[in-house]
Design a protein around this ligand. Sequence first.
Ligand SMILES: O=C(O)C(=O)C[C@]1(C(=O)O)C=C[C@@H](O)C=C1
Length: 285
Amino acid sequence: MRIKVGFQGVPGSYSEEALINYFGREVDMIAVREFEDVFSELDKNTIEYGVLPIENSSTGAIANVYDLLNRHDYYIVGEICIKVSHCLMGVKGAKIDDIEEVYSHPQGLEQCREYLSSHRDWKLIPYRNTAVSAEYVNEKGSKSLGAIASKRAAELYNLEILAENINMNDTNYTRFAIIGKEMDKSESPDKISIVISTEHKAGCLYNVLKYFAENNINLLKIESRPVAHTPWEYYFYIDYEGNLNDITVINATKEIERNSCYFKLLGNYKKHVDDIEDEGLLCKA
Ligand SMILES: O=C(O)C(=O)C[C@]1(C(=O)O)C=C[C@@H](O)C=C1
């Protein structure tokens, strides 16, 4: 039986591309309307896995996906990064000068901020997904409408590419989390994701973070997100290297849990090793 995997959007979206890169084409790809629907499909058992964008290398976290991961009880079982190269597209025969309104996912608009700032007269309209924007422009058939989406979306929705690679950063990557119902069982997972909160007192976050330094565990990322209904308190989403079969990592993780007010293990999975060009490291120790 083919496995069923959910993604947000329609064919031609970057989430679908990430899904294909991770699972291949021999799976059933289930398109859903919103990020949250990936979780409700998992609840209903209509899919076994979901693919969700979590972070872009130019514009940072996809904040609501972080909140959803904390709110629902599923695990990150893998990850994949893809290069995101946005195009501006319109209906066949449209010219750049015809464009008046541009549709895209807020991330698409944000990643192309510089290009868009040289077209101040365009009305920018945030939409559910980049490929859904392309589909909409095709449906409307008006030369005044543009979409920011992938080259593949332009092909699928019969649109003309008016400008290519318009993202402000040439090395523009989005990282996607693969979520599932159980912890990844692969033999050598090397990345751990947790969510914690600490008391609002001096040294509390340090009391957690020191266990990474003391155990020589490499911290990969910290993202903070507000705790809803408790103004100015935060959840810290922490990614670090390690395998929860390794006793040092187990003990450090237990200490972190003991020193936190809230602790949730999001997963222990294989880090995506990609071919991202190492261009401009700020700090080469
Ligand atoms: O709109 C899409 O095609 C998506 O898959 C969503 C999404 C995102 O939410 O970040 C994915 C990759 C790009 O960064 C832009 C949009």
